[in-house]
Each structure stands twice: as structure tokens, then as C-alpha cells.
Design a protein around this ligand. Sequence first.
Ligand code: HEM
Length: 129
Amino acid sequence: MNREHSGTISLYEAIGGAETISRLVQAFYPKVQADPSIGPLFPEDITPVMEKQALFLTQFFGGPSLYSDKFGHPMMRARHLPFPITPERADAWLGCMKRALEEIGIEPHLQTAVLERLKAPAYHFVNTP
Ligand code: HEM
């Protein structure tokens, strides 16, 4: 059972598991690519990034540890160090995520929960003033 705390279902389960993660990632990356502030940081072939993000978000939201099983310790801040991430870029990333969540139509309180969960890592990855 993918439970974060006994008696509490994980955010992963609450939003609808693998199918929702997949739809979220599909909705998110076109917005990222179209964003003038963060789009240029990403490779033209976005498919590998989408696949890794689906594995990562699965585990980050309390589902099975798919990312770590394949790639080892996430060390996500370190993996972002090659890219100059400013506070404005963290805002842009979160803005794309907000619109992706709206687009796939998950319940508003779950949209808020997902965004709240992602806010801390997004600002933690800021490495450039
Ligand atoms: C704060 C703004 C962010 C920016 C500008 C950003 C940008 C990037 C870039 C440029 C890559 C590398 C793409 C490549 O492979 O060339 C990447 C990879 C990735 N990002 Fe972010 N990111 C941000 C926040 C986040 C957040 C909040 C998460 C999840 C909590 C996240 C999860 C990932 C994952 C899982 C990968 C793939 C890592 C791997 O290579 O294994 N990112 N990101």
C-alpha cells in the first residue's frame, strides 16, 4: 500500500495515481516549452525529461519509488545546478504547473495540495539571484 501515514492516503492516490501523473506531465511540458523564461533551458527532445518527471512525481507524491529504483538518490537540487534557476524561473515553473493542473481538471483542493507540495522544492532549486 502506498501510504504516507497510516490511515491517510497519499497525494499520489488522492489525485488518481499513474494515470493522473501521466496526464499532468503531458499537460505540463508543452507549457514549459512555450514559456520564454524556462523553455530555452530544456532540450528539444523533451520525451526523456517527461519520462523522468513522471517517475519522480510518482514517488514525490507518495507513490512507488520509481525514480530512485531506476536512477538512485534523486539529489534533485544538485541535478538542477547546471541550469541557472532564478526566483522568476521558479515562479514560471510553478505557473506552468498550476495551469496544467487546471487543464487536466483535478479537484481544486487537490490542485492546491499539489502546488503547495511543489513550492518548497521549486524555490529550493533556486541557485542564481
Ligand atoms: C524551479 C524551477 C525549475 C526549473 C527552471 C527546472 C528546470 C529543469 C531542467 C532544465 C531540467 C533538465 C532537462 C534536461 O534533462 O536537460 C530539469 C530536470 C528535472 N526536473 Fe526540473 N526544474 C525546476 C523545478 C523542478 C521541480 C520543482 C521539480 C520536482 C519537484 C523538478 C523535477 C525535475 C526532474 C525529475 C528532472 C529530471 C532529472 C533527471 O535528469 O533525472 N524540477 N529541470
